[in-house]
Write a protein that binds this ligand. Structure first.
Ligand code: MRU
Length: 363
């Protein structure tokens, strides 16, 4: 069975319940926003792009079913869509993508409402179509991220030689509409016949690396080795890692990047060993309004996700726990570059790239 995080056709949105992986492949219906909010909060669907896609498509579902304001008021439709997206974004606050999409939709609705002769029904349809188009847009952007990243990385290696990459968390098909961001770079290298191996970290405490990345890469025949998070520095030093490539939940204008907890320590280890460290993310993960990473809201997850593994308690039951879901890697440690659908930028070039090409959805 193909691994897809999201299955959508008009009137039907289903997600692969990632909490059950790798033991069970079960698709579950998401009939509307409330169920999407729960699925995002409980990490049945996760990864910044997939969160935004499921959020938007759950709103589309409600609009298709005739939800929202009746009648001809474009402002009321805009307010409805905005309120639903804000509510969805509250489920997991660190990722930028859903918020960026809400901004784009506000623009679409405002322009539509100002266009003479456009009816509320047409406006509703254009919002639904826009949201439906996001799946294909995400897949296309990921292919471009993969191609740019692979090309840039290979330029640092002797001609014809293969690359060994280390990655963290899950940034693949399961975190996106398909192909993936950092895993898109890995897939592109593999398609070029230039991937020696990818090391994927287990990614405690939620084990996205062990449960998801290892599963989807093995499923697709990509040479992958699973390591404990605590083996990462040793793998970088002793296993010939040429580059570390990770995803992003929110990239500030100066390039500081929030990503899965543990990313920062990988960047420190990469710097120590002079191994290039890349962030791969669509422009929709970038937040040009945020000057630096210190301003990024870092989600903290329940203690139980750290103390328990599949119901088994691994710590004293009343132990005090700090369980941040993400950390911020300062831009100076992102030595390889930030790989977007537009190309690869040094962190210092990102602000201008975003200003010139638009923060989300440019070609
Ligand atoms: O807590 P998660 O699993 O949603 O965290 C996912 C990550 O940190 C990913 O690296 C990021 O969202 C990019 S996914 C393409």
């Amino acid at each position: 069975m193909a691994l897809e995080s999201i299955r959508y056709e008009r009137g039907s949105l289903c997600i692969l319940n990632q909490r059950l992986l790798p033991q069970q492949l079960r698709y579950e219906p998401v009939p509307g926003v409330q169920r999407a909010w729960e699925a995002i909060r409980d990490m049945e669907v996760r990864g910044a792009p997939a969160i935004a896609l499921v959020g938007c498509l759950s709103v589309a579902q409600e609009l298709v079913a005739g939800g929202g304001p009746a009648g001809a008021d474009a402002a009321a439709l805009a307010a409805f869509v905005d309120e639903r997206l804000r509510f969805l974004a509250s489920a997991r606050p660190t990722a930028a993508n859903l918020e960026r999409e809400a901004q784009r939709l506000r623009g679409i609705l405002e322009r539509g409402a100002r266009t003479p002769g456009v009816t509320a029904q047409q406006l509703r349809e254009s919002v639904i179509e826009h949201m439906e188009g996001l799946l294909e847009q995400d897949r296309a952007q990921n292919r471009r991220i993969g191609a740019h990243g692979a090309q840039h990385l290979l330029q640092q290696l002797p001609p014809g030689s293969g690359a060994t990459v280390l990655t963290h968390c899950n940034t693949g098909t399961l975190a996106t509409a398909g192909y993936g961001t950092a895993l898109g770079v890995v897939r592109a290298l593999h398609e070029l016949g230039r991937l020696q191996r990818v090391f994927c970290t287990e990614t405690r405490p939620y084990n996205q690396g062990g449960r998801l990345t290892a599963l989807e890469l093995q499923h697709d025949g990509v040479p992958v080795t699973l390591i404990a998070d605590s083996a990462a520095a040793a793998a970088i030093r002793d296993r010939g890692v040429h580059a570390v490539v990770v995803g992003a939940d929110r990239v500030a204008a100066n390039g500081d990047t929030a990503n899965k907890i543990g990313t920062y320590q990988l960047a420190v280890a990469a710097r120590h060993h002079r191994v290039p460290f890349y962030v791969a993310a669509p422009s929709a993960s970038c937040d040009p309004a945020l000057p630096h990473g210190g301003a990024i809201a870092i989600e903290e997850r329940p203690a139980r996700e750290l103390t328990h593994l599949q119901g088994l308690c691994l710590a004293p039951p009343d132990i005090e726990v700090w369980n941040p879901a993400f950390d911020v890697t300062p831009h100076e440690l992102i030595t390889g570059g930030i790989i977007t659908e537009w190309g690869v930028f040094a962190p210092g070039e990102l602000r201008q790239a975003l200003a010139e090409r638009g923060a989300a959805g440019g070609p």
